[in-house]
Design a protein around this ligand. Structure first.
Ligand SMILES: *Cc1c(COP(=O)(O)O)cnc(C)c1O
Length: 243
Protein backbone atom coordinates (compact mmCIF):
# COMPACT_ATOMS: atom_id res chain seq x y z
CA UNK A 1 0.00 0.00 0.00
CA UNK A 2 1.21 3.48 -0.93
CA UNK A 3 -0.21 6.63 0.66
CA UNK A 4 -0.89 9.31 -1.91
CA UNK A 5 0.40 12.78 -1.06
CA UNK A 6 -2.32 14.68 -2.94
CA UNK A 7 -5.45 12.96 -1.71
CA UNK A 8 -4.07 10.89 1.16
CA UNK A 9 -5.78 7.90 -0.37
CA UNK A 10 -4.46 4.36 -0.11
CA UNK A 11 -3.84 2.53 -3.35
CA UNK A 12 -3.39 -1.21 -3.71
CA UNK A 13 -0.56 -1.10 -6.26
CA UNK A 14 -0.59 -4.84 -6.95
CA UNK A 15 -4.34 -4.86 -7.57
CA UNK A 16 -4.13 -1.94 -10.03
CA UNK A 17 -1.25 -3.59 -11.88
CA UNK A 18 -3.14 -6.88 -11.97
CA UNK A 19 -6.30 -5.29 -13.45
CA UNK A 20 -4.15 -3.40 -15.97
CA UNK A 21 -2.61 -6.72 -17.09
CA UNK A 22 -6.05 -8.21 -17.49
CA UNK A 23 -7.18 -5.28 -19.63
CA UNK A 24 -4.07 -5.68 -21.81
CA UNK A 25 -4.98 -9.36 -22.21
CA UNK A 26 -8.54 -8.43 -23.23
CA UNK A 27 -7.12 -6.07 -25.85
CA UNK A 28 -4.69 -8.66 -27.23
CA UNK A 29 -7.39 -11.33 -27.33
CA UNK A 30 -9.77 -9.00 -29.18
CA UNK A 31 -7.02 -8.04 -31.65
CA UNK A 32 -6.59 -11.75 -32.44
CA UNK A 33 -10.27 -12.59 -32.52
CA UNK A 34 -11.16 -9.75 -34.90
CA UNK A 35 -8.09 -10.02 -37.18
CA UNK A 36 -6.53 -6.79 -36.02
CA UNK A 37 -2.77 -6.31 -36.28
CA UNK A 38 -1.16 -7.25 -32.96
CA UNK A 39 -0.33 -4.07 -31.06
CA UNK A 40 -2.53 -1.82 -33.23
CA UNK A 41 -4.76 -0.86 -30.29
CA UNK A 42 -3.34 1.59 -27.73
CA UNK A 43 -4.62 1.54 -24.17
CA UNK A 44 -5.31 4.99 -22.72
CA UNK A 45 -5.67 4.47 -18.95
CA UNK A 46 -8.35 6.91 -17.79
CA UNK A 47 -7.08 8.17 -14.45
CA UNK A 48 -9.72 10.84 -13.76
CA UNK A 49 -10.79 10.85 -10.10
CA UNK A 50 -7.88 8.53 -9.30
CA UNK A 51 -5.01 9.44 -6.96
CA UNK A 52 -1.46 10.04 -8.14
CA UNK A 53 -0.33 6.82 -6.45
CA UNK A 54 -2.59 4.81 -8.77
CA UNK A 55 -0.94 6.45 -11.79
CA UNK A 56 2.50 5.77 -10.34
CA UNK A 57 1.52 2.11 -9.91
CA UNK A 58 1.01 1.82 -13.68
CA UNK A 59 3.93 4.05 -14.64
CA UNK A 60 6.23 1.83 -12.59
CA UNK A 61 4.88 -1.19 -14.47
CA UNK A 62 5.74 0.49 -17.78
CA UNK A 63 2.46 2.10 -18.81
CA UNK A 64 2.74 5.53 -20.49
CA UNK A 65 -0.64 6.76 -21.87
CA UNK A 66 -3.09 8.34 -19.45
CA UNK A 67 -6.41 10.08 -20.02
CA UNK A 68 -7.89 12.88 -17.90
CA UNK A 69 -11.28 14.61 -18.19
CA UNK A 70 -11.04 17.67 -15.94
CA UNK A 71 -8.39 20.34 -16.43
CA UNK A 72 -8.26 21.53 -12.80
CA UNK A 73 -7.72 17.98 -11.63
CA UNK A 74 -5.23 17.06 -14.36
CA UNK A 75 -2.81 20.00 -14.17
CA UNK A 76 -1.48 19.30 -10.65
CA UNK A 77 -1.33 15.56 -11.38
CA UNK A 78 0.71 16.13 -14.54
CA UNK A 79 3.00 18.50 -12.62
CA UNK A 80 3.52 15.93 -9.87
CA UNK A 81 4.45 13.22 -12.39
CA UNK A 82 6.99 14.97 -14.65
CA UNK A 83 9.68 12.50 -13.52
CA UNK A 84 7.87 9.86 -15.62
CA UNK A 85 7.83 10.01 -19.45
CA UNK A 86 4.03 9.94 -19.63
CA UNK A 87 1.79 10.85 -22.56
CA UNK A 88 -1.31 12.77 -21.48
CA UNK A 89 -4.61 12.60 -23.37
CA UNK A 90 -7.41 15.07 -22.65
CA UNK A 91 -10.76 13.29 -23.07
CA UNK A 92 -13.21 15.56 -21.22
CA UNK A 93 -15.52 18.40 -22.21
CA UNK A 94 -13.49 21.22 -23.84
CA UNK A 95 -14.41 24.60 -22.38
CA UNK A 96 -13.02 27.69 -24.11
CA UNK A 97 -11.55 29.10 -20.88
CA UNK A 98 -9.55 25.88 -20.35
CA UNK A 99 -7.95 25.54 -23.78
CA UNK A 100 -4.66 27.23 -22.90
CA UNK A 101 -3.84 24.73 -20.19
CA UNK A 102 -4.93 21.85 -22.42
CA UNK A 103 -2.69 23.12 -25.25
CA UNK A 104 0.24 23.47 -22.85
CA UNK A 105 -0.08 20.25 -20.86
CA UNK A 106 -1.43 17.53 -23.15
CA UNK A 107 -0.12 15.60 -26.18
CA UNK A 108 -3.58 14.59 -27.40
CA UNK A 109 -7.14 15.93 -27.23
CA UNK A 110 -9.87 13.39 -28.07
CA UNK A 111 -12.87 15.60 -27.42
CA UNK A 112 -12.69 18.57 -29.81
CA UNK A 113 -16.29 19.25 -30.77
CA UNK A 114 -16.28 22.70 -32.37
CA UNK A 115 -14.06 24.83 -34.58
CA UNK A 116 -13.67 27.60 -32.01
CA UNK A 117 -12.02 25.17 -29.59
CA UNK A 118 -9.65 23.94 -32.31
CA UNK A 119 -8.72 27.53 -33.22
CA UNK A 120 -7.91 28.35 -29.61
CA UNK A 121 -5.85 25.17 -29.15
CA UNK A 122 -3.96 26.02 -32.37
CA UNK A 123 -3.17 29.55 -31.18
CA UNK A 124 -2.23 28.44 -27.69
CA UNK A 125 -0.09 25.40 -28.50
CA UNK A 126 3.43 26.39 -27.34
CA UNK A 127 5.85 26.73 -30.29
CA UNK A 128 8.48 24.50 -28.66
CA UNK A 129 6.06 21.54 -28.50
CA UNK A 130 5.10 19.32 -31.46
CA UNK A 131 1.64 19.86 -32.98
CA UNK A 132 -1.22 18.79 -30.72
CA UNK A 133 -2.81 15.47 -31.79
CA UNK A 134 -6.55 15.94 -32.30
CA UNK A 135 -9.53 13.62 -32.48
CA UNK A 136 -12.89 15.16 -33.28
CA UNK A 137 -15.74 13.98 -31.07
CA UNK A 138 -18.79 12.75 -32.96
CA UNK A 139 -22.24 12.34 -31.46
CA UNK A 140 -23.68 9.19 -33.02
CA UNK A 141 -26.59 8.68 -30.66
CA UNK A 142 -27.90 12.22 -31.37
CA UNK A 143 -28.79 12.83 -27.76
CA UNK A 144 -28.99 16.57 -27.26
CA UNK A 145 -27.15 16.56 -23.96
CA UNK A 146 -24.13 14.71 -25.34
CA UNK A 147 -21.09 16.53 -26.63
CA UNK A 148 -19.92 16.07 -30.18
CA UNK A 149 -20.51 17.09 -33.78
CA UNK A 150 -23.27 15.44 -35.77
CA UNK A 151 -22.14 13.26 -38.68
CA UNK A 152 -23.26 15.87 -41.23
CA UNK A 153 -21.23 18.63 -39.53
CA UNK A 154 -17.96 16.68 -39.48
CA UNK A 155 -16.61 17.19 -43.06
CA UNK A 156 -16.77 21.01 -43.08
CA UNK A 157 -15.40 21.35 -39.56
CA UNK A 158 -12.52 18.99 -40.36
CA UNK A 159 -11.73 20.90 -43.54
CA UNK A 160 -11.45 24.11 -41.50
CA UNK A 161 -9.37 22.42 -38.79
CA UNK A 162 -6.97 21.05 -41.40
CA UNK A 163 -5.81 24.65 -41.99
CA UNK A 164 -4.54 24.99 -38.40
CA UNK A 165 -0.78 24.31 -38.42
CA UNK A 166 -0.27 23.67 -34.71
CA UNK A 167 -2.83 20.84 -34.73
CA UNK A 168 -2.39 17.38 -36.20
CA UNK A 169 -5.75 15.86 -37.15
CA UNK A 170 -5.57 12.21 -36.17
CA UNK A 171 -9.08 10.80 -36.02
CA UNK A 172 -12.56 10.55 -34.61
CA UNK A 173 -13.83 9.83 -31.12
CA UNK A 174 -17.21 8.79 -29.81
CA UNK A 175 -18.80 8.19 -26.43
CA UNK A 176 -21.96 6.16 -27.14
CA UNK A 177 -25.07 5.93 -25.03
CA UNK A 178 -24.83 3.00 -22.58
CA UNK A 179 -25.58 -0.30 -24.27
CA UNK A 180 -24.94 -3.86 -23.07
CA UNK A 181 -25.75 -5.84 -26.23
CA UNK A 182 -22.54 -6.67 -28.13
CA UNK A 183 -24.02 -6.42 -31.64
CA UNK A 184 -25.69 -3.09 -30.86
CA UNK A 185 -22.39 -1.81 -29.39
CA UNK A 186 -20.71 -2.82 -32.66
CA UNK A 187 -23.34 -1.05 -34.78
CA UNK A 188 -22.55 2.32 -33.20
CA UNK A 189 -18.78 1.85 -33.51
CA UNK A 190 -19.19 0.71 -37.13
CA UNK A 191 -20.80 4.09 -37.88
CA UNK A 192 -17.68 5.89 -36.66
CA UNK A 193 -15.45 3.62 -38.77
CA UNK A 194 -17.63 4.23 -41.85
CA UNK A 195 -17.45 7.97 -41.26
CA UNK A 196 -13.65 7.76 -41.05
CA UNK A 197 -13.57 5.83 -44.36
CA UNK A 198 -15.82 8.38 -46.07
CA UNK A 199 -13.73 11.28 -44.81
CA UNK A 200 -10.47 9.65 -45.88
CA UNK A 201 -11.92 9.12 -49.38
CA UNK A 202 -12.15 12.91 -49.50
CA UNK A 203 -8.44 13.41 -49.01
CA UNK A 204 -7.98 13.22 -45.23
CA UNK A 205 -5.58 10.77 -43.62
CA UNK A 206 -7.23 10.09 -40.28
CA UNK A 207 -5.48 7.09 -38.74
CA UNK A 208 -7.17 6.91 -35.32
CA UNK A 209 -10.53 5.83 -33.92
CA UNK A 210 -10.88 6.62 -30.21
CA UNK A 211 -13.71 4.36 -29.09
CA UNK A 212 -14.29 1.68 -26.47
CA UNK A 213 -14.38 1.84 -22.68
CA UNK A 214 -14.36 -0.74 -19.88
CA UNK A 215 -17.65 -2.36 -20.90
CA UNK A 216 -17.40 -2.27 -24.67
CA UNK A 217 -13.74 -2.43 -25.66
CA UNK A 218 -14.13 -5.74 -27.53
CA UNK A 219 -16.92 -4.35 -29.73
CA UNK A 220 -14.83 -1.24 -30.40
CA UNK A 221 -11.76 -3.29 -31.36
CA UNK A 222 -13.93 -5.44 -33.64
CA UNK A 223 -14.87 -2.24 -35.50
CA UNK A 224 -11.39 -0.77 -35.77
CA UNK A 225 -10.64 1.15 -32.55
CA UNK A 226 -7.01 2.26 -32.29
CA UNK A 227 -7.32 4.07 -28.94
CA UNK A 228 -9.42 2.53 -26.17
CA UNK A 229 -10.13 4.70 -23.11
CA UNK A 230 -10.34 2.46 -20.05
CA UNK A 231 -10.94 3.65 -16.50
CA UNK A 232 -12.89 1.49 -14.08
CA UNK A 233 -11.64 -1.87 -15.40
CA UNK A 234 -8.13 -0.77 -14.40
CA UNK A 235 -8.61 1.45 -11.37
CA UNK A 236 -11.89 0.18 -9.96
CA UNK A 237 -14.95 2.33 -9.40
CA UNK A 238 -14.59 6.10 -9.26
CA UNK A 239 -16.10 8.35 -6.57
CA UNK A 240 -19.79 9.24 -6.58
CA UNK A 241 -19.05 12.75 -7.90
CA UNK A 242 -18.27 11.27 -11.33
CA UNK A 243 -20.26 12.64 -14.29
C1 LIG B 1 -14.58 8.21 -17.85
C2 LIG B 1 -14.37 8.08 -19.30
C3 LIG B 1 -13.86 6.89 -19.86
C4 LIG B 1 -13.55 5.65 -19.04
O1 LIG B 1 -14.73 5.00 -18.72
P1 LIG B 1 -14.74 3.55 -17.98
O2 LIG B 1 -16.12 3.05 -18.21
O3 LIG B 1 -14.42 3.81 -16.56
O4 LIG B 1 -13.73 2.70 -18.66
C5 LIG B 1 -13.64 6.88 -21.22
N1 LIG B 1 -13.92 7.93 -22.01
C6 LIG B 1 -14.40 9.09 -21.51
C7 LIG B 1 -14.68 10.22 -22.43
C8 LIG B 1 -14.65 9.19 -20.15
O5 LIG B 1 -15.16 10.34 -19.66
Amino acid sequence: MVTDSLTDCKVDTAAVQDRWQRVLQRIRRAEQQFQRVAGSVTLVAVSKMQPIAAIVALAAAGHRCFGESYVQEAVPKIAALTAWPLEWHFIGPCQANKTRRIAEQFAWVHSVDRLKIAQRLNEQRPPELPPLNICVQVNLSNEDHKHGLTVSEVPDVLAAMAQLPRLKLRGLMTLPAYETDFMRQRQVFAKLRQLQETINQHGFMLDQLSMGMSDDLEAAIAEGATLVRIGSAIFGARGSSDQ
